[in-house]
Design a protein around this ligand. Sequence first.
Ligand SMILES: Cc1cc2nc3c(=O)[nH]c(=O)nc-3n(C[C@H](O)[C@H](O)[C@H](O)COP(=O)(O)OP(=O)(O)OC[C@H]3O[C@@H](n4cnc5c(N)ncnc54)[C@H](O)[C@@H]3O)c2cc1C
Length: 371
Amino acid sequence: MPELVIVGGGFAGLWSAAAAANVRGAGDLRITLVAPDDDMVLRPRLHRLDPGWSRVPLKRFLDPIDVGHLRARVTGIDTATRQIHLDDRSIAYDRLVLAAGSHLVRAEIPGAEHLFDIDTVDGAARLADHLRGLQTFTAVVIGSGFTGLEIATELADRGQVVLIERAATVAPDLGPGPRPVIEAALTELGIDVRLDATVASVHADGVTLADGRTVTAQVVIWTAGMQASPLTAHIPAERDALGRLKVDSRLRAHHDVFAAGDVAAAPADLDHHTIQSCQFATPMGKAAGHNAAADLLGLPLVDFAPDPYVTCLDLGAAGAVFTTGWHREVQLTGSQGKDLKNTILDVIHPPLDDAHEILRQAARQSNGVSG
Ligand SMILES: Cc1cc2nc3c(=O)[nH]c(=O)nc-3n(C[C@H](O)[C@H](O)[C@H](O)COP(=O)(O)OP(=O)(O)OC[C@H]3O[C@@H](n4cnc5c(N)ncnc54)[C@H](O)[C@@H]3O)c2cc1C
């Protein structure tokens, strides 16, 4: 029987599996998802520091749609022999969907072992445990991108927060559209923002900046920089600065290999490529899974056609800011933005135990609501 193998059990991997299962009705096909853990992690929920709320049992998504889960970490991919390598053996594929996601780029500064992060469920759990043991605290958050802003504003309710940004403005990658709303939120929450500041070293009791100043803190959180899975280097195809494979409009990266989610850069519209986000990872997964299965069974492939780009940034007790378009025009702020953010954090949870509902959602390219 032809073998479709999906590497990764995040948004892209799960929705690849379900979309491929929809195509399987047209012919014989075995679908196997390879991921090292029993749970999918809803990373957009991690800043709320409730790690249990971020876990989704893979079994309850995959079993109903008859997709196998191989609990293993992929160490290599050989596209010439069409095999993936695991720690103890290799398995063959006829078509591969690479959906192994991304990870936070490690800080290369002295004392980096003192840093916390919210990149993984274990990282968020470690931070939550550490904070539980403190009566009061000052937290240094390094980086004012999406993740830095969400964790800084979340913590501002519980302690003092110092937000350190290397650039001359907060949220340098989010552009000028939402910046006034973000700045007002940081002021409202009493967050101490240090711009043009670089952390030179980290200690058990805080950080030293490049200009020699120190900030005393009981917790230091690193949020700066994401990189695609190193497995992308095993595919003989062009990659971008984030290590993502450049895929075509059908999400094909190389002959028998499709790629989706944070490992892939796909055309989102005529002028833009996808960014690493679950709002793109989900429809990319659906298109890649459909196309890998259809390619194997000799059926027509579909073009990846995502919903228009939006963002919804949590701002803790100051609400949230929802923007539309690549210029990020502000549409909702405060409690209205927060209501939408909470809705998004609900709807990103995949359906469980219900094959009909899983396959129905897999057939729908639109996210409904995304952020
Ligand atoms: C704190 C935080 C907040 C975020 N907030 C938002 C938000 O508000 N909105 C938004 O759109 N996006 C947000 N994102 C980004 C979003 O979470 C990612 O873009 C999304 O998770 C990408 O999905 P993915 O399936 O490509 O990868 P991932 O979710 O990273 O999943 C990758 C999967 O691959 C598996 N894997 C990795 N390596 C291997 C290997 N070698 N072998 C086998 N399996 C492997 C992993 O175990 C995992 O199952 C946030 C991210 C973080 C960290």
